[in-house]
Design a binder for this molecule. Structure first.
Ligand code: NDP
Length: 327
């Protein structure tokens, strides 16, 4: 038995409760990990509250991220004592995940914990931070350079947005943060934003094409925000789209793409190949300012996770949340 959050769905409804969990709940896997920390991402909020059907099997342990130590391995790539982390692969959705003290996993899903990070720091980054880095890598691959102009980051106070600002600013880009929480402008500037704008300027229906402003965009919000961001991206600029915090819709026209040669990159972290993940984590180890990471992160125990997950979906959580699964 071990402690964790268990999601059940039956005649009595959809529930996520911290409770003792029997090993038998865990699915097959060739590596068992004793988890030290997990985290809360937007998708964990959806899973824990049941606000969207991301959980595909019941009972389920949520948690799309985890970091800890291998305690049993039948996989030649891993041995007892190895320090590992995991992001995605359907863990916390179809396979029992990280918001518990133990996980049984497939060895090919694991990434070695970079020497640069403790398990806490790795989970402060989590899928949110690793996805922010995937966005940065897409913009770089496009050829974007710091001298090219302003980069818009939407959902700036969220997990992906906060890490995205810190990364881009650290690399020398001029960053404009879009947020609904203008009262937090000083915090966003401390993370590296040069300017902060009200998200309402982007969230309402706009014109098919507008005045050119952004050399690049890191969008976590989707919907009208993404459409307006594309419409105001400069000639041959690039937009990396990873999120849907405003909505899954994309009420845009092709105008920015065919008149300005704007490129829209879709970013998926969940099924990204191992080599892409390793490259992203290497770059996080090189480029992320750990003092900024600490400034955007708070830590909670497992018991607090269900209520904080609901706050996260309501846009009331700033930055990142680490979950110590052993307290
Ligand atoms: P958070 O909840 O931490 O942040 C989301 C932020 O979006 C909020 O803090 C808020 O920022 C902004 N926001 C919330 N509601 C709205 C709204 N109605 N309109 C406009 N902005 C809004 O989530 P994450 O940072 O963890 O994730 C961000 C998005 O990225 C999510 O949609 C998530 O599902 C997606 N994602 C996708 C991944 C992938 O693989 N493609 C991986 C990770 C995340 P503010 O208060 O500053 O306005």
């Amino acid at each position: 038995m071990f402690k964790g959050i268990l999601i059940t769905k039956d005649d009595a409804g959809y529930r996520a409760q911290v409770q003792p969990i029997d090993d038998a709940v865990l699915q097959e896997g060739d590596v068992t990990v004793r988890i030290e920390c997990s985290t809360l991402n937007y998708k964990d909020g959806l899973a824990i509250t049941g606000r969207a059907p991301v959980v595909r099997r019941f009972p389920m342990v949520p948690g799309i991220d985890l970091a800890g130590e291998v305690i049993d391995s039948g996989n030649a790539a891993w041995k007892v004592g190895d320090r590992v982390l995991l992001n995605g692969w359907g863990v916390g959705e179809t396979h029992c995940g990280g918001l518990a003290q133990v996980a049984r996993l497939r060895g090919e899903w694991l990434v070695p914990l970079p020497d640069a990070f403790t398990t806490r720091q790795a989970m402060a980054i989590g899928t949110a931070g690793y996805t922010a880095m995937l966005c940065v890598l897409a913009l770089e691959k496009h050829g974007l350079q710091p001298g090219d102009g302003e980069i818009l980051v939407t959902g700036a106070n969220g997990g992906v947005g906060s890490v995205g600002i810190a990364l881009l600013a650290g690399l020398g880009y001029r960053v404009v943060a879009s947020t609904g929480r203008l009262a937090d402008a000083a915090h966003l500037k401390a993370l590296g934003a040069d300017d902060v704008i009200d998200r309402q300027t982007l969230a309402v229906p706009g014109k098919p094409i507008g005045k050119e402003r952004w050399a690049g965009v890191l969008d976590t919000v989707g919907s009208h925000t993404l459409a307006n961001a594309c419409a105001t991206t400069r000639y041959r600029g690039a937009v990396a789209a990873c999120g849907l915090a405003q909505g899954m819709d994309f009420p845009a026209t092709v105008a920015p793409f065919i008149l300005r040669g704007v490129t829209l990159y879709g970013i998926d972290s969940v099924m990204a190949p191992l080599a892409v993940r390793q490259a992203a984590w290497r770059r996080l180890a090189r480029d992320l300012d750990l003092a900024k990471l600490a400034a955007m992160t708070r830590e909670i125990g497992l018991d607090e996770a269900p209520s904080v997950a609901a706050q996260l979906l309501d846009g009331k959580v700033r930055g990142r949340v680490v979950v110590d699964v052993n307290r």
